[in-house]
Design a protein around this ligand. Sequence first.
Ligand SMILES: *Cc1c(COP(=O)(O)O)cnc(C)c1O
Length: 351
Amino acid sequence: MRWPGILEYFAEYLPLTGKTPLITLQEGNTPLIASSSLLKKAGVGGLFFKFEGMNPTGSFKDRGMVVAIAKAKEEGKEVVMCASTGNTSASAAAYARRAGLSCVVLIPQGKIALGKLSQALMHGARVLAVQGNFDQALQVVRFITSHYPVALVNSLNPHRIEGQKTASFEVVEWLGRVPDFLALPVGNAGNITAYWRGFKELFELKKISVLPKMLGFQAAGACPLVLGKPVENPHTVATAIRIGNPASWKGAVAAKEESGGLIDAVTDEEILEAQRMLAEEEGIFVEPASAASVAGVLKKAREGFFRGNEIVVCVLTGHGLKDPDIAVKQCEGRIEEVGASVEEVVRVLGF
Ligand SMILES: *Cc1c(COP(=O)(O)O)cnc(C)c1O
């Protein structure tokens, strides 16, 4: 079967009308990969990775963006705008071009990963580097989009959350059951809100009879939901979750409380270690923020949180190629110099 993309495949669950243009880059339908090596470390009954880095622009943002852009087009908007730590801008830029719209992105100066920046630029977005952090950029975007004829495509736009919830439908469909735990990184908290909404919708429609517990993980230097108050100067190597005042704060707390789950913090060291383990042991390359879900599950496993028979799904939100700088920096000293001869290479390899 040809995969038709989110709008067509999940039409009955989305706020579409007869006039919504069914744009697509064939987002969604991402792999749910069974863990081999990390399963043993986690000590649970089953561990699966929902690899959202396989979306067209390399992150889960495409699921919500395709809905937000289609609705903006339907409403006759010509310009869309967002503040972004990177992936939202990459996705907005790509889908805006797809729909024939202009795109403006505000990014925190110097704090956006190279892969993401290259995408926004190549897709022809206007890129404004703001001398401030994400939270400040978002405030500017909120004002402008409510006073000018420009569509807001941050996750404050409810269509974004609607599109993103489709990932939970895929988890249930491909797993053939509801996982006991759904773990994911939390930044602006739109995604945890979206997954929880998706699971609850299936429950209300009686398509599932149990709900998962939601496990959200923030970076220790940017964990307002753990501290219970905004963080003024958030810092973490995981730039996609470098957010001090999440827009979907209430949604995240509701997901945690209603599901009986938790929101915890993981250190940058734990995040980078999980990123390396995913790459080296599982063959899956994700960006640092995405590894927070795995770092969190491993931390909880060490604390004795799991009983041992649970099915856990970790959402891997973005592709490793998004942030090549951090990856190469982590592997510094690994490149060996060698002369251009068979003898030299054989000698170095010890054959
Ligand atoms: C946006 C993003 C996040 C955070 O998602 P929120 O909805 O803001 O909580 C995590 N990882 C990656 C790769 C992202 O792009």
